[in-house]
Write a protein that binds this ligand. Structure first.
Ligand code: ATP
Length: 983
């Protein structure tokens, strides 16, 4: 169990307090109560730096940022000493002066570790420090009557709401410094209210009515110190089984955390020690909530913004502290329960409207955990709303169970992952936001505000709006082996670094990280801040722990100036709902009057038709009235008062955890679904009407219509959600698509360029081959012409010697056949080429088309040449036929000539002719004829020989042509010529 320092108010003469900072004038006098607490807690070991009413010992953490006199801090020195890790580097440029510097001390004045009590073996916690000095600061006397052991003895009264809460245990401030001014930076100058508006009237509360203290660490009237709790978890099973010692000593009596002297000596480290507002060892989350968060939560119910965040090394227990486990609910579930408990404790004169949202920042991208399809949410800022995330789903909540269901649903969407140090490590920062709107009951929103004067922060007729941020930060990262984890770690470290800088620096780089930008309103001073710094007890983590403690020390010195936000503005949902309820009630009473009139008229109506008309009007009126009542019920149920919350609404920590209900039922309970105002099962919608008018089909039809319409609305809402999700998906995938389209285009383009080149080279080849073919065709034409000439010659010669002519003609026929088949082969070849070229040139490109056109022109000219060749062949055939006819005629005349010659030569002819003279002359004539024939025969055989020689020469020429064709690669086409086949 932790114990807390309690002190009676101490009056310190302001003239004795000297404080100089870089931002405040040297004349400003200030004093931090936490400094007093530390001095008080240090006991007799402390070494005063300078004579004065307060003495302050230096701690290791504060070395390096000392401010002396009126000089600003030496920034470089701070950096060189503290920037050893990301966590440590958060303290760069710290502007809040150290406590030590306030008293003009110097580091060298105190021996290192001078205050460290003697070490205890085995890293066991040190025994309690010696009692504090009694000089000037009396020791508080614990009282058994208070839950915290002491009644509130603060000279600063708690906010009005606190006194009404029996469960509240406000501990007294350690000191009260009367008129002392704020010691550290004056954040009020750069306050940016979380919710501002032109109509906003924010009361400037005095310490007595709006600035609630946090567990006794309240500072001066100018601002509250951030509250810092250090929580050390127990050794984990793995650490225990490795026999790792606990190297930090925690003294809850003095809220002191110190490195065990034994460990420090063995590892040659400084025996550093730190003092905080509260320290805690162990697993008790209830105690943690009471110490660190309760006051911030309660202040949020009073209209003051609040932020609680857990900070620490990975696996040090942040999630355990914020979310907890079933047996030990953490800060968030306890805060939720406490908020409803608070409302329940009120006297009933106040009404509240609560709405929650849950988001995470993962790798610097904001995701809505309640609407996971909403990714990469944007941060906006406007004059009315300040800094806000949109589109962020906000749910109006009416019970802690409902909130827990929402949180569990959100948790399912959160980014976790196993790291080298934590099996279930949060890889993102999560921000659970709860907006509290409240106002006094029965007040019109436009009533003039009554600000201050009454001692109450609750102005009449005004809506107070506050925002409570409960944040589970991702762990500060060591280098890790996993690549993804390294990337996440880089983002985490950067945002934590910015958080550290924002917290402790005059230059406020809120925009450097999403985390600080979202929390800008809170971090700029208009929120109570409580930081739970979680540490590990184990030796190997000592350095990281020390960095966390240094961060905690810096945060402790920052003061904020949180004030209640009160607005009279239409953006307050509570205001809007109340107005709507008023208007609806007005409408309802008008409808009731109308109904009453209808009813009377129906009763007095004589005619059947008239009665029916009134009856129908009556039913319609009833439906309208029911709709109005349902809407009023729905809105009324969303507005919480002490009467609407019963103990059964609060969380039963001993009961097993609620199973997650479906989204629809959560929405139904939220009353977010239209026309379903029956939130608490008081009444089934339309049930009264159904009973009353069950005999009227008219009414049933209307009910069905209304149900169908509701169903339609639900469906279209769902559709809208789906479309939105789709749109987001499309948006996110658009960049990828564009890139891949470009890639695809480049690929396709490359391919088409390649295929173009192939086509062009094929076309070149085809053109070359066509040229060659043209040459061949020309040669063939020449040959044909030669053959024709020869046929003509033979024709002329054939008249002389039919036999020889016949052979020549046969040869010519053969040759013609061969020529024909050659031409046919050529045609086939050309056709093939043409189809090849048309395939190759099938591209869409203009150049390809051009080439194709040229090719087809070439082909058509070749075809024409072939056709003319064919014509010539046909002509040759005709000539050959004519030649053949003339040969036949020649043969005929030859035969006749031979017959007549033999008849003239026969002896019969001699006898028959009688007379010797006649016979002698006939014999002479026959001899002459025979001689002539012999001569003729000789002549013809010579001519025949000449023809045979000519034919041989022709054959030799043909062989040459064949060889040439072979050279052109057209053997296939002209093979027919060689074989003598023909078509
Ligand atoms: N106070 C505690 N008592 C008992 N167990 C604890 C305590 N704190 C942490 N643990 C256990 O230690 C482990 C790590 O804790 P937790 O996940 O909360 O660390 P964390 O700081 O949130 O880590 P990370 O930054 O990686 O998410 C868990 O198994 C948790 O249950």
């Amino acid at each position: 169990m932790s114990a807390h320092i309690r002190a009676q108010p101490v009056a310190i003469p302001s003239s004795e307090i000297k404080y100089c900072s870089s931002s405040s004038s040297a004349s400003s006098l200030s004093f931090s109560p936490s400094a007093a607490a530390e001095a008080f807690a240090r006991g007799p070991h402390y070494q005063p730096r300078r004579r004065g009413s307060m003495a302050y010992p230096v701690t290791a953490a504060e070395e390096g940022d000392t401010l002396t006199g009126a000089s600003p801090p030496t920034r470089n020195r701070t950096l060189s000493l503290l920037f050893d890790t990301p966590a440590a580097s958060m303290f760069s440029g710290l502007r809040a002066p150290t406590l030590f510097s306030r008293f003009g001390g110097s580091n060298s004045a105190l021996p290192q570790g001078a205050d460290v009590p003697p070490p205890v073996p085995d890293g066991k916690p040190l025994p309690a420090a010696p009692p504090p000095p009694r000089t000037g600061i009396p020791t508080p006397s614990p009282s058994p009557t208070s839950p915290m052991g002491a009644p509130p003895t603060s000279s600063i009264p708690a906010p009005s709401g606190y006194s009404q809460s029996p469960a509240r245990s406000l501990r007294p401030p350690l000191t009260s410094v009367g008129s002392a001014t704020t010691p550290s930076r004056s954040v009020s100058q750069r306050n940016i209210a979380a919710i501002t508006s032109p109509q906003q009237t924010t009361a400037t509360p005095t310490r007595t009515n709006s600035s609630a203290t946090i567990n006794g660490t309240s500072s001066s009237a100018g601002g509250d110190a951030c509250h810092v709790t250090v929580r050390m978890r127990p050794l984990t099973d793995t650490e225990e089984s490795s026999n790792l010692p606990t190297v930090w000593d925690i003294s809850d009596e003095y809220n002191r955390v110190g490195l065990s002297v034994d460990f420090a000596e063995r590892n040659r480290k400084q025996a550093a020690e730190y003092f905080f507002d509260a320290v805690q060892v162990g697993s008790d989350n209830r105690d943690l909530y009471e110490q660190s968060a309760k006051d911030v939560v309660r202040a949020a119910m009073e209209g003051i913004n609040g932020t609680v965040f857990a900070y620490g090394q990975t696996a040090s227990g942040k999630t355990y502290s914020m979310m907890g486990i079933d047996e030990q609910p953490g800060v968030i579930p306890q805060a939720v329960d406490d908020i409803f408990g608070y409302i329940r404790e009120q006297s009933g004169d106040r009404e509240y409207l609560l709405r929650v949202s849950y988001m995470e920042i993962y790798n610097e991208t904001i995701r809505d955990l309640l609407s996971p399809e909403q990714v990469d949410l944007r941060i906006h800022e406007d004059r009315k709303r300040g800094v806000f995330v949109a589109p962020l789903k906000e749910e109006i909540v009416t019970s802690p169970k409902q909130v827990m269901r929402i949180i569990r649903k959100g948790e399912e969407n959160r980014h976790f992952g196993a790291t080298d140090y934590n099996e279930h490590s949060s890889r993102s920062h999560t921000i659970f936001q709860l907006v509290v709107e409240s106002r006094e009951r029965g007040q019109s929103g436009t009533a003039s505000p009554r600000v201050g004067g009454s001692g109450s922060v609750r102005g009449r007729g005004m809506v107070m709006i506050s925002q409570l941020n409960l944040i589970d930060l991702a762990g500060s990262e060591k280098a890790t082996t996993d690549q993804d984890r390294r990337k996440e770690g880089a983002f985490i470290n950067k945002s934590l670094l910015t958080l550290g800088t924002v917290i402790s620096n005059s230059h406020i780089p809120y925009r450097d990280s999403k985390l600080t930008r979202i929390l800008q309103a809170s971090l700029s001073g208009n929120a109570k801040i409580s930081v739970i710094c979680t540490i590990s007890p184990a030796g190997p983590n000592a350095e990281e722990t020390q960095n966390t403690l240094k961060f905690a020390s810096r945060v402790k010195k920052v003061t904020v100036n949180a004030q209640a936000n009160r607005i009279v503005d239409e953006k307050a949902l509570l205001q809007k709902y109340k107005q709507e309820i008023d208007e609806l009630r007005q409408q309802l009473s008008t409808t009731n009057e109308l109904l009453e009139r209808e009813r009377r008229q129906q009763q007095i109506a004589g005619m059947e038709g008239e009665r029916k008309k009134y009856e129908e009007q009556l039913v319609e009126g009833q439906i309208a009235r029911t709709a109005l009542k349902e809407r009023i019920d729905h809105l009324t149920n969303l507005i919480l008062t002490s009467k609407t919350i019963t103990s059964k609404h609060l969380l039963d920590w001993s009961a097993p955890p609620d199973p997650l209900t479906s989204r629809a039922s959560v929405m139904l309970e939220d009353g977010l679904l239209p026309a379903s105002p029956n939130l608490n099962g008081k009444r089934t919608p339309n049930s009264g009407l159904s009973k009353q008018f069950s005999d009227k089909g008219f009414l049933d039809r209307h009910i069905r219509e209304i149900d169908a319409r509701d169903e339609k609305i639900r469906n279209s809402n769902q559709e809208i959600q789906n479309l939105k999700a789709l749109l987001m998906q499309l948006k996110s995938s658009r960049d990828g698509e564009v890139l891949s389209a470009i890639e695809q285009y480049e690929k396709t383009n490359g391919q088409s360029v390649k295929s173009m080149r192939t086509v062009v080279s094929e076309l070149d080849n085809a053109r070359r081959q066509n040229d060659e073919l043209e040459v061949v065709c020309g040669e063939m034409e020449d040959r044909i012409r030669e053959f024709e000439a020869r046929v003509r010659e033979l024709e002329a010669g054939g008249k002389k010697n039919s036999m020889v002519h016949r052979e020549d003609v046969d040869d010519l026929i053969d040759e013609n056949r061969a020529l024909k088949s050659t031409v046919k082969g050529l045609r086939i070849e050309l056709d093939q080429r043409r189809s090849q070229v048309s395939c190759a040139g099938g591209g869409e490109d203009a150049q390809q088309q051009q080439q194709q056109k040229q090719l087809s022109q070439t082909i058509s000219s070749q075809r024409m040449q072939i056709e003319s060749l064919t014509n010539e062949i046909r002509q040759s055939q005709k000539t050959i036929t004519t030649l053949r006819d003339s040969i036949r005629m020649l043969e005929l005349s030859n035969d006749m000539f031979v017959q007549s010659a033999s008849r003239a030569h026969s002896p019969t002819n001699t006898n028959t002719s009688g007379g010797s003279g006649y016979n002698g002359s006939a014999a002479n004539h026959a001899a002459d004829t025979e001689l002539a024939l012999d001569r003729e025969r000789k002549l013809r055989s010579e001519e025949g020989r000449a023809s045979v020689e000519r034919i041989a020469a022709l054959e030799a020429e043909l062989a040459c042509v064949r060889a040439e064709l072979g050279v052109f690669g057209l053997v296939g086409a002209f093979g027919a010529m060689g074989n003598g086949t023909s078509s």
